[in-house]
Design a protein around this ligand. Structure first.
Ligand code: ADP
Length: 500
């Protein structure tokens, strides 16, 4: 009986496979890290073949650990690091260059030029995105212009483009299927989120030949079958979604107004806005959550660049804590941060400030300040940065946001989640299984395979482990936010002085 679902969770630093049973419980998992290439300051590359090899190795290992075979798996769901760009040869399946990773800033000048030429508004209007190197379009354009003969070969139909989902599907199906889903396509800056097609004006702007683009299929869909030789028998690929959207789906944020936050290295908040895209006036991105059947669900997205990474810095940079886990214990030894505010803008500020020049700032230090106050201030910052994004979502949609669903490595920290609830005036809900990204992909595949008949089946499976509710006076909350915003100002003012 095909009773299991296999999620391929292809991340930025590791490829992972998780096998779930029908109840959504984890049966086995396997992970392999792969090489990060930094050929120049600010450039980040991956070897797409190593990504494929590590992904396949983890799938085989997970099957072995679970004591299962391909015939037990109802479907595979793929979730992936978004925007990372690969170009490969149609004839051999070999990449023509290393993959350019979402973090890579090599096309910063191209984006500055787009802004100077006044093209940002049209890009935002069509794609819901900002003109930033983060997205695939300028990365693809860079490859076409910098790899010898690439543009001519692409025009001749010899080269194919894909984000990591597309690259994996192509190789899993032995080159039969060249496809992506709207949650990934929407991050390329080539996809019109209103017409839900590749946009001719943008293809022209970035000089991308249409013949190299993948077909865009629904998020829950039979994309194809894996080659029998890979796992011993073919397995259907039944769901494909970018990592943040998969987490939103895995958290059962199916209704407009539902919000999740992932506390990882950075923080990603996504809000389901329903069947219509919402234009942001507060620095959020508008993107596609998923397409099921012919129904498209849109989302608003906000990013906090440094979230759990602030705790890593306390551990590895300052050396004032021994482990991430210790942060909660140490912070709990003081009632509050003693007036210390920490803006961890190590690489600039994301939503809603978008200040690339801002840097980390510690305010309010006195002779009485101890490491416990600083650790507490870091946890405060993780929550307060999230409040700024929640507020942007409230302003853009007019919705209240009474509830925040959370996941990611730092969401195990109870103190952090209580602070989040207090500062954002929301109930914070942590599910029993925080592997929501992989589960989202598995759930999408399960819908396609008929394991679940509809979204209500998925709702029935979720179990809430903990709920945190606001426990401070509104005036105290207001005072904290006012101080926090002063600290942000301080970071911004310090960045301005760079210009003199
Ligand atoms: P990513 O997938 O982005 O690499 P994870 O979701 O694995 O990240 O989360 C890891 C991050 O969470 C790290 O930055 C780490 O410092 C932080 N973290 C892990 N445990 C805790 C904890 N108990 N309290 C606060 N932060 C934590």
């Amino acid at each position: 009986m095909k009773e299991y679902l296999m999620a391929f969770d292809q991340g930025t630093t590791s490829s992972r496979t998780i096998i779930f049973n029908k109840k959504g419980e984890i049966v086995a998992k396997a992970a392999r890290e792969f090489t990060q290439y930094f050929p120049e300051q600010g450039w980040v590359e991956h070897d797409a073949e190593e990504i494929l090899a590590t992904q396949l190795a983890t799938a085989k290992e997970a099957l072995r650990l679970a004591g299962l075979g391909a015939e037990d798996i109802a479907a595979i769901g793929i979730t992936n690091q978004r925007e990372t760009t690969v170009v490969w040869e149609r004839s051999t399946g070999k990449p023509i260059h290393k993959a350019i990773v979402w973090q890579c800033r090599r096309t910063e000048q191209d984006c500055t030029r787009l802004k100077q030429e006044g093209l940002e508004a049209v890009i935002r209007e069509k794609t819901g995105l900002a003109a930033d190197p983060y997205f695939s379009a300028t990365k693809l354009s860079w490859l076409l212009h910098h790899v010898d003969g690439a543009m001519a070969r692409a025009k001749a139909g010899e080269l194919l483009f894909g984000t990591i989902d597309t690259w994996l599907i192509y190789h899993l199906t032995g080159g039969k299927v060249h496809a992506t889903d709207p949650s990934n396509a929407a991050r390329t800056m080539l996809f019109n989120i209103h017409t839900r097609t590749w946009d001719d004006d943008l293809l022209k702007l970035f000089e991308v030949p249409r013949c190299m683009l993948p077909e865009v299929l629904p998020t829950a869909h039979t994309f194809g079958q894996t080659l029998p030789s890979l796992f011993g028998a073919p397995i259907i690929i039944g769901g494909v979604a970018g990592d943040q959207q998969a987490a939103l789906f895995g958290q059962c944020c199916f209704a407009a107004g539902d919000v999740k936050n992932t506390y990882g290295t950075g923080g990603f908040l996504l809000m389901n806005t329903g069947a219509a895209p919402v234009t942001s006036h507060n620095g959020l991105l508008t993107t596609i959550g998923w397409q099921i059947g012919d129904k498209t669900t849109y989302v608003l997205e906000g990013s906090v660049f440094i979230c759990g990474a602030a705790i890593q810095w306390l551990r590895d940079g300052l050396g004032i804590i021994a482990s991430s886990r210790e942060s909660a214990e140490i912070a709990a030894t003081v009632p509050d941060s003693g007036g210390v505010y920490f803006v961890p803008a190590f690489v600039g500020l994301g939503t809603p400030y978008w200040n690339a020049a801002a840097r980390g700032t510690l305010c309010g230090i006195t002779r009485g300040t101890t490491r416990a106050h600083i650790v507490r201030a870091a946890l405060d910052a993780m929550a307060l940065q999230t409040v700024d994004v929640v507020e942007a979502m409230r302003r853009d949609t007019g919705l209240e946001v009474p509830l925040l669903r959370v996941d990611g490595g730092a969401s195990v920290n109870d103190l952090l989640l209580q602070l989040q609830s207090d500062y954002a005036a929301v109930s914070v809900v942590r599910p029993a299984c925080i592997e929501t990204t992989a589960w989202g992909a598995a759930a999408l595949a399960g819908l396609t395979a008929g394991i679940y008949k509809d979204l209500s089946d998925l709702h029935a499976l979720t179990t809430t482990a903990s709920i945190f509710t606001p426990n401070i006076a509104p005036a105290t909350r207001k005072a904290h936010l006012a101080k926090w915003h002063k600290a942000i100002k301080a970071a911004e003012i310090f960045a301005e002085s760079e210009a003199f």
